[in-house]
Design a protein around this ligand. Structure first.
Ligand SMILES: C[S@@+](CC[C@H](N)C(=O)[O-])C[C@H]1O[C@@H](n2cnc3c(N)ncnc32)[C@H](O)[C@@H]1O
Length: 263
């Protein structure tokens, strides 16, 4: 399945909300884990009843989240590679722009699956490490990222604690092929996959410039590094357990429940 192209952040947010809303059930609020939550959450779920748990390494970012956004019901300072959370607790696990920053991203992927209830949804958003943008991000030293975010994207606090950009590693799983391989090897289904292009900035010059750079890298790499997309969004389904049990509540799902799946 080729990724479906999304052409704006707005479209991406709508798609994310749609997939989360589809996970809604009638046994209490939807339990959502935001893995690597940082200082903000960009998804509008309207009237949906849900609880949001945020985990992040960066205490300063979490402080901002707690004091300014005030949208988390539970906050955990921890490393996604090693933090202990209840198995199968969450209906939805959301991990946006985090895995490229983790040296050991595959371990985090295993944990995301472990924390999701059987039949639950895992939303993973990453830059594709096998794209021209991913390649350049890996290649350029961290201080260039800081200067770019500070002066081109105009975020004056870039590089200070609690603010990005964060160091990047791009383990092999952080790519289209890598996530597909991981899912196939671990019995997970990819319900949907979306791609988005280079700069979704309102600045047209910046968009044109980043596209020109991407196509140059694509040509120089003899087509190995894609210029068609930069970022990927995966909607991954953890198989339901054979009894069709909704483990986060202990209630069995009715036989016609759309969340009931055969493993
Ligand atoms: C680019 S920010 C993204 C934040 C947020 N998810 C968003 O989309 O705005 C990356 C976040 O991942 C967190 N992070 C990186 N490595 C981590 C790890 N091993 N465990 C927990 N959080 C981590 C950083 O502290 C940072 O808050």
């Amino acid at each position: 399945m080729q990724p479906l192209q999304l052409d704006s952040w707005r479209a991406k947010r709508q798609v994310l909300a749609k997939h989360i809303l589809e996970s809604a059930h009638d046994h209490g609020p939807l339990r959502i884990l935001e893995a690597g939550c940082g200082s903000r959450w960009n998804v509008d779920l309207g009237d949906l009843e849900y609880t949001l748990t945020g985990v992040d390494l960066d205490e300063k970012a979490l402080d901002m989240r707690i004091n300014e956004r005030r949208d988390l019901q539970e906050t955990i300072v921890g490393d996604l590679r090693t933090v202990i959370l209840d198995d199968a607790r969450y209906d939805v696990v959301y991990c946006c722009n985090v895995l490229e920053h983790v040296d050991g991203a595959e371990q985090v992927m295993h944990n995301l699956v472990r924390w999701t209830r059987p039949g639950g949804t895992i939303l993973v958003l990453i830059p594709d490490g096998r794209s021209a943008k991913g390649f350049l991000t890996k290649l350029l030293p961290h201080w260039v990222h800081v200067l770019f975010v500070r002066h081109v994207q105009g975020l004056a606090s870039a590089g200070k604690t609690g603010f990005g950009p964060y160091r990047t590693y791009f383990d092999p799983v952080v790519s289209l092929a890598g996530v597909r391989r991981f899912c196939a090897a671990n019995g997970l289904t990819i319900d949907a996959c979306y791609s988005s292009a280079y700069s979704q900035s309102a600045n047209r010059i910046l968009t044109a410039l980043s596209q020109a750079v991407a196509w140059t890298v694509h040509i120089v790499s003899f087509g190995r590094l894609t210029a068609r997309h930069a970022d990927l969004t995966f909607v991954i389904r953890k198989p339901a357990d054979p009894a069709g049990r909704h483990r986060s509540t202990g209630q069995a799902l009715p036989p016609d429940d759309p969340q009931r799946r055969t493993p």
